[in-house]
Write a protein that binds this ligand. Sequence first.
Ligand code: NCD
Length: 290
Amino acid sequence: MKHLINTADFGTDEILALFERAKRFKEGYITPTLEEALIITIFFENSTRTRSSFEVAAKRLGAEVVSLDVAKSSSSKGETLYDTAANLDAMDPAAIIVRHQNAGVPKILSGYVGCPIVNGGDGAHAHPTQALLDLFTIMERFPDPGGKRIAIVGDIKNSRVANSNVELLSRFGLDIILVAPPHFMPRIDAYRKTHYLDEVLDDVDIIMSLRTQTERHTNQIYASLKDYATDFCITAERIGKRDIMLMHPGPVNRNIDIDDAMLADPRCKVLEQVKNGVFVRMAVLEHLIA
Ligand code: NCD
């Protein structure tokens, strides 16, 4: 039984094969390979697009989708996570997609169910399908991404998106620069790090901006998000005419993470990421289930 808990669960060739499938889907070659499969999504934490992206992906492949409304589910009545999992499992799903505010929950659940678990984001730990769709989007522009430079900018320390991308993108040979204020900088030494965004702009091919994860901070770190934006917002003025591909996993804090002008700029690939997310998740689900 194969699960997708973090990006390291998939080998490099396996990922390239997934991307070939995703590309075919994007070209319109879609057949209902998951007809009659039941896929359950259970999101203990809010989600703007990941949940709908998984649901659209499952439906495009002909699967039936049941989304557990956690607020109304028995977890809020005191049922343990394991009992919830065992009960879902008894309905014989083909896969369960789970998001949880605590790191490690999808991994633990994988020991209690008889179907693949897909991690839709757990705490600050991992968000593997986001990193996969990010790499897919990068490779549309740079088919051979080895040696390309990417600046990951923002609240890196609290970001599961950053965590998963650092593993995946470094494995595919991208050169990673971490750009963050001291409080958002993780304590890893393997990568070039700086507190000054303007210092790296002439060196990078790609910028991945991240949202400030205020819900994961125990105390307010920056005086205000506006102060943060002064130093780290990706603005048209900052970027100028540089040929930099701009990414963000969403949800974007407008004019804090990225300004209005850059969001409307053709160099910004945010909506392309969302579009690709469906195709990549289709490939992931098919790979794990079919
Ligand atoms: C991210 C998440 O929830 O981890 N969003 C997403 O899934 N596209 C990033 C975030 O919340 O900032």
